[in-house]
Design a protein around this ligand. Structure first.
Ligand code: MTE
Length: 305
């Protein structure tokens, strides 16, 4: 497999002349600012017969509050962001030995897979996306958790020089999220580096993010720099901001209403028309019940929303 730093940025492969002149160092530095081709093996993970959402909808209408709170702000503002070219993820907390891994190393931990997942935002819209990545478990198993480790806490990058303030966003930064250890180790939980055959654009969480397809989109934390194994349920950004609306579990659940948006239906982006938007019924666990319902067999999912 190609090392991450050797993949060809899109603007470069579209222009071979520039590619020939480009140094490897320049390629490495530009990797997060430009989409680069990313080859991955196709897998049987796909969202049934559902149509893949056009790439443009996925990359121009989304949430990444560090770049603004409007749906088009991430696509407008994140491309200017310059993530550290020497990106690392720190694995720490309740582990025998903490570790810091460079993104190039992380890219080699498991074969890259393309997985087509449904992705449901709590704001009642959904998309179907061909993500590229591998199970988060491949990264987590680089360290040995102690017997105290019950949860995994994730933290996004926060660069006040290039991102808006917590005050302007109305949520705390750095953005934090968490999963129970068994959720984090579940084979559906994807450590994600790409979409639509390319590296992640900045607005979708470059260079590395989570995708947890049976949970509302906000659990899928972007631009991860730190992962901490912990004993107690960790704080999460949206729960801190409005606990009655956002619980720790945040499993997609049409039976548990959100105070602002009905969870019974969802608007499928990129389908239908302005006059006839396409609404579909929301499914329990976003349609992934067969895989994940057993994780919650002893839990009241209305109380534990
Ligand atoms: N991660 C960070 N760091 N900051 C954010 O604002 N927004 C979340 C989640 N991850 C967010 C984040 C929310 S609310 C959603 S719906 C998804 O990202 C959107 O992800 P997408 O770009 O894949 O649609």
């Amino acid at each position: 497999m190609l090392p991450y730093s050797a993949v060809t940025p899109k603007h470069v492969y579209l222009n071979r002349r520039r590619f020939l002149g480009a140094s490897l160092a320049a390629l490495a530095a530009s990797r997060a600012a430009f989409a680069a081709k990313l080859t991955a093996k196709k897998t049987s993970y796909n969202a049934g017969a559902e149509r893949i959402t056009p790439q443009k909808d996925v990359t121009t209408y989304n949430n990444f509050y560090e770049f603004g709170t409007g749906k088009d702000d991430p696509a407008l503002n994140a491309p200017k962001w310059k993530p550290n070219p020497a990106w690392t993820i720190r694995l720490e907390g309740e582990v025998m030995q903490p570790k810091t891994l460079a993104i190039e190393r992380i890219m080699t931990l498991a074969p890259l897979e393309e997985r087509i997942y449904r992705h449901r935002c709590v704001e009642a819209w959904s998309i179907v996306v061909p993500w590229i990545g591998f199970p988060l478990s491949a990264l987590l198993s680089q360290v040995q958790p102690t017997s105290k480790a019950k949860y995994v806490a994730f933290e996004s990058v926060y660069d006040p020089g290039q991102m808006i303030s917590s005050r302007a966003a109305g949520i705390q930064f750095p953005y934090v999220e968490g999963l129970r250890l068994d959720e984090a180790m579940h084979p559906l939980t994807l450590l994600t580096m790409g979409l639509y055959g390319e590296t992640l654009p900045n607005q979708n969480g470059a260079p590395i993010r989570l995708v947890v397809p049976w949970k509302y989109g906000f659990k899928s934390i972007k631009s991860i720099v730190r992962i901490r194994f912990v004993e107690n349920q960790p704080p999460t950004t949206w729960n801190l901001s409005w606990p009655a609306a956002y619980g720790f579990y945040s499993n997609v659940n049409p039976m548990r209403e959100h105070p602002r948006w009905s969870q019974a239906e969802e608007l499928r982006l990129g389908e239908g028309s302005v006059l006839r938007p396409k609404y579909i019924k929301t499914q329990m666990f976003n349609g992934y019940s067969d895989e994940v319902a057993k994780l919650y067999s002893t839990l009241d999912l209305i109380k534990n929303y």
